[in-house]
Design a protein around this ligand. Structure first.
Ligand code: SF4
Length: 195
């Protein structure tokens, strides 16, 4: 689809979420999930954050980033003066992969049309990719996180700035990287200040 094109007149948040809720494109994930995790936040947000996939807590509650990683994300946002209600948060996949394994390429291919429609409805002014899976999809690259962090990209041909940072679940496993992630937060804050 055309990147961040104006959404088709017939598309709406309600229609989109109903389609996600009924989706069975990935046979395994649609059977094993407790419920879909569509995304939450402000539909008029300047900043849209895209993570990887729901985890166990998200799958139970139907909301993205509600476990320990979610608490850390909230802290990260507060560090740059943002509340969860200021932004919109979603994932590449809307159903939890079993045991939090990486999404498979075919699952990403199945699910990302929903993300593309969310982005069309949102028309964000700044995007943040949380972690490798989101960064690789949004930037169509296979570069390492080391090469993707610390700089500003443009999302495809839209002119929308895009910044890559660590997934908070990774920061929980590797707390020594929090210092690095704070540098990314400052980059995000500077990009927001420029809007
Ligand atoms: S991950 Fe996405 S495409 Fe796959 S079943 Fe869930 S909602 Fe459908």
């Amino acid at each position: 689809m055309t990147e961040l094109s104006t959404p088709p007149a017939q598309d709406s948040w309600e229609k989109l979420e109903a389609e996600v809720a009924a989706c069975q494109l990935c046979p395994l994930l649609s059977q094993s999930r407790t419920q879909h995790v569509f995304g939450t936040g402000n539909h008029k947000a300047d900043l849209v954050i895209v993570g990887e996939a729901p985890g166990a807590n998200e799958d139970l509650q139907g909301k993205p980033f509600v476990g320990r990683a979610g608490q850390l994300l909230s802290e990260m946002l507060r560090a740059i003066g943002l509340q969860r209600d200021d932004i919109f948060i979603t994932n590449i996949l809307k159903s939890r992969p079993p045991n939090n394994r990486d999404p498979k390429p075919e699952e990403i291919a199945n699910c990302t049309p929903f993300l593309e429609r969310q982005l069309s409805l949102l028309q964000p002014k700044l995007m943040v990719a949380l972690g490798r899976i989101a960064a690789h999809y949004l930037l169509d690259t296979n570069e390492t996180m080391g090469k993707l962090r610390g700089r500003q990209f443009t999302f495809r041909n839209t002119g929308t700035p895009l910044i890559v940072t660590y997934h908070p679940a990774y920061l929980l496993r590797s707390p020594s990287q929090k210092k690095e992630s704070y540098k990314d937060l400052l980059l995000i804050k500077q990009a927001l200040d420029r809007l």
